[in-house]
Design a binder for this molecule. Structure first.
Ligand SMILES: [Zn+2]
Length: 172
């Protein structure tokens, strides 16, 4: 059995049908691989509708679409738990969260991950976003992201620039 953590952010988008911004993969894929290499992060990446981390494939999937409401909420969450910077694009935060899963996944036993997945079943509304991000495996990923941002701000700014180059409003 594998655990794939699909971001609640994506669920919110679908619920509300809010206007999306979409990522142009061609513009950024090579730069993202280089960024990972430069920072010694050895996971694979892929693109699809939703952000997620697939532990069996050792792969971070980047969601291609987002809306700004979600960005504000997630940034607020990270800020409340100690992120010292604000104003990042959502892709940067979502991507670092999934890399956080990559680094923290092995800290959890099978039973613990199973219990986390059960907890997520009880998150039925987007209004529970903070509760979702506080579930143990999600929280570990978020803490990793917060620490990385606080300790490697120059690298995070580079990452933000990569994502911003690839974002456009109505498909690219
Ligand atoms: Zn997650």
């Amino acid at each position: 059995m594998k655990f794939v953590t699909v971001s609640l952010l994506s669920l919110r988008e679908k619920e509300r049908g809010i206007k999306m911004r979409e990522l142009n993969i061609i513009k950024i894929e090579g730069a993202l691989h280089k960024w990972l290499c430069d920072n010694g992060i050895n996971c694979d990446i892929d693109f699809d509708d939703d952000f997620c981390y697939d532990s069996a494939a050792n792969k971070v999937t980047i969601g291609k679409k987002y809306n700004s409401d979600v960005r504000v909420l997630f940034e607020q969450f990270l800020y409340e738990y100690g992120m010292e910077y604000v104003g990042f694009d959502f892709y940067t935060l979502g991507f670092l969260h999934e890399i956080g899963h990559f680094f923290t996944y092995s800290n959890f036993s099978f039973t613990e991950l199973f219990n986390c997945s059960i907890d997520k079943l009880f998150i039925i509304s987007s209004d529970d976003a903070f509760d979702y991000w506080e579930i143990d495996d999600e929280f570990a990923a978020n803490v990793w992201a917060i620490n990385f941002i606080n300790e490697h701000i120059e690298a995070v700014e580079k990452l933000t620039n990569i994502f911003l180059k690839g974002v456009c409003d109505n498909g690219c």
